[in-house]
Design a protein around this ligand. Structure first.
Ligand code: NAX
Length: 327
């Protein structure tokens, strides 16, 4: 058995947390030979901390052989201490009448503080995965505070969007899901993100050959994937939770599995025309566990270029809203 990995999770008593922690402790994220210690961080709110106690009790009651310890805390300096992975799920939700700029600023303050503390106390090999929205910009903010950890340790999740796109293509083509490959998400985790269908394959053939309905690919496909979160809220009365937790399991599992190519929001470095200092979804290839290289060779047609420009514009606007915070 390997020594246990320390995995810090913020928002651990939230709805994504409730779907995530049991899979994490069962080995779905790091594999059946990798023990974990869960370092669960909640907001300093009595109700949230009480709920966290209940979650920890249920984790105990599962008797997971790989779960070697549970820390419950509202102090990020305790929760992130020596963490190998920091899963930043907790964020302030958008309240009624709240402007997007206010949401960005409120969350910006949380992610500035978390970025500083992670940089100060997490393990030397720490990796950070951001789920809390606006995920790309929160990730950029946390990374901006790091002096010790390099920027490529900070990733944001667009895997839920990739999974959604894969599922929609399979359904339209009438094939098994596993027949759909190479569908990657570019840009922001928001309705502006772009699922690049032109590079996808279905049963080994170009998706655009198998699905000849170009109008569907340009219109309803992109819209369905982009607005799926809102459709789920409308249907369920609550935002995606189990599928988001599942996507985070996939995100990290793919990042620790060399050779896998998958969509991750990473520091753009100017690839695909994204501004150099935004975190944008794009395909990456995992090189060694926890490390990756961006795949920058996909050609983009005019339709794709216009989509990339729109999502890049939104990322730049989000950064402008919080620019005064990260000076
Ligand atoms: P919940 O509101 O159920 O849970 C959030 C939890 O975070 C709460 O328990 C809250 O007390 C806690 N929290 C708030 N501030 C905190 C802080 N500073 N430190 C530690 N804990 C803190 O939300 P949930 O449905 O679990 O969603 C969590 C986040 O994921 C939201 O920001 C949501 O928008 C985002 N999502 C991101 C997705 C993605 O693909 N990137 C998809 C799903 C989801 O919408």
């Amino acid at each position: 058995m390997n020594p246990p990995l320390r995995v810090a999770v913020t928002g651990a008593a939230g709805q994504i947390g409730y779907s995530l922690l049991f899979r994490l402790a069962s080995g779905a994220m790091f594999g059946p030979d990798q023990p974990v210690i869960l370092q669960l961080i909640e907001a300093p709110i009595e109700k949230a901390l009480k709920a966290l106690e209940g979650v920890a009790m249920e984790l105990d009651d599962c008797a997971f052989p790989l779960l070697k310890g549970i820390i419950q805390t509202s102090d990020p300096a305790v929760g992130f201490k020596d963490a190998n992975w920091c899963l930043l799920v907790g964020a302030k939700p958008r309240g009624p009448g709240m402007e997007r700029a206010d949401l960005l600023k409120d969350n910006g303050r949380i992610f500035i503080s978390q970025g500083q503390i992670i940089d100060a106390v997490a393990a030397a090999d720490a990796r950070v995965a951001v789920v809390g929205n606006p995920a790309n910009t929160n990730c950029m903010i946390a990374a901006s505070q790091a002096k010790r950890l390099p920027a490529d340790r900070f990733t944001a999740m667009v895997r839920l969007d990739q999974n959604r796109a894969q599922s929609q293509l399979a359904r339209k083509a009438g094939v098994d899901l596993t027949g759909v490959q190479n569908i990657f998400i570019y840009g922001n985790h928001s309705p502006t993100m772009f699922p690049a269908f032109a590079h996808a394959t279905i049963g080994g053939k170009p998706a655009t050959t198998v699905i000849a309905d170009t109008a569907w690919l340009h219109g309803p496909f992109c819209e369905t994937v982009g607005k799926r979160g809102a459709a789920i809220i409308a249907a369920r009365g609550a935002s995606s939770a189990a599928s988001a937790a599942n996507a985070l399991v996939d995100h990290v599992r793919s990042l620790v599995t060399p050779g896998v190519i998958h969509s991750v929001a990473v520091k753009s470095n100017g690839h695909y025309g994204f501004d150099a200092n935004v975190w944008a979804g794009m395909p990456v290839r995992t090189t060694t566990p926890g490390s990756y290289e961006a795949i920058t060779s996909y050609a983009m047609d005019d339709f794709a270029k216009s989509k990339l420009a729109a999502t890049n514009k939104e990322l730049i606007e989000e950064r402008a809203f919080i620019a005064d915070l990260i000076k």
